[in-house]
Design a protein around this ligand. Sequence first.
Ligand code: CO8
Length: 260
Amino acid sequence: SNNKILVELDEASGVAIMKLNNPPVNSLSLELLTEFCITIEKLEMDRSCRGVILTSAAPKIFSAGLDITEMCGKSAEHYAAFWRAVQELWLTLYGSNMVTIAAINGTSPAAGCLMAMCCDFRIMADNPKYTIGLNETQLGIVAPFWFKDTMTNILGHRLTEQSLQLGQMYTTPEALKIGLVDQLVPEDKVQSTAAAVICNWLAVPAHARQITKSMMRKQNIERLVNHREADIDNFVNFIGKDSIQKSLQVYMDRLKQRKQ
Ligand code: CO8
């Protein structure tokens, strides 16, 4: 099916709005990840598209991060295919030549936060219920080195170390204060602000902006490209461990119990 990502390209402005559409929480399943990468690659090739606004079709949740069920009770082959797709998402989004703006209209843990961090600029809905951060350690798992590198490029070493060790989820004012997001706006202004911001970014000569972006991100990208297979092996070994499977199961059970 081709509806986990909704795309509206406005040829006049050269801006595509990409909406994550995987109810109830936009978790990143293998299917969604695959569709996400194909969508970005198509837009990248489309000369009429110069910028992307990434948002959620369902307000309240930007993305719950990786689909935990893809990491539970599956085969080593499945884990490897899943992890390759997660890597691919990061490589295509973080390495995109297009201007990318995250319009974060809801809570954004773990890989949800990673997707937002891959963009050039982050606008978040100022809702006291929303939080954002890399919470991996809270699940008993470890954020991979390229998640860490992406955050370090935004927050610096000290704050990233603290964030990652604690698995900290930040409220919107906290996220703004530390620079994890760039701008807070009322919920109903997220889209219009993103449209205005992307115009400013698109007004810069594209070639110079793209080379600059690449210069800032190249080292991080090369580090994963050069260690891609080892990173997959590492994930498959780690996630297949009984103790890790147990932690994930406990975490999922707790998520379900919270509801009752
Ligand atoms: N994956 C799969 N299912 C999920 C996920 C998820 N990430 N998040 C929520 N769900 C499910 C829930 O279990 C629930 O299922 P059901 O309806 O069958 O009971 C359904 O989605 C709805 O969830 P909630 O009832 O919890 O919805 P709320 O609106 O109350 O809350 C939240 C939404 C805040 C998003 C909440 O669901 C939440 O906190 N989810 C967990 C988010 C999270 O911790 N994600 C981390 C994923 S790990 C990751 O992205 C990077 C891992 C890197 C791997 C490194 C290993 C080496």
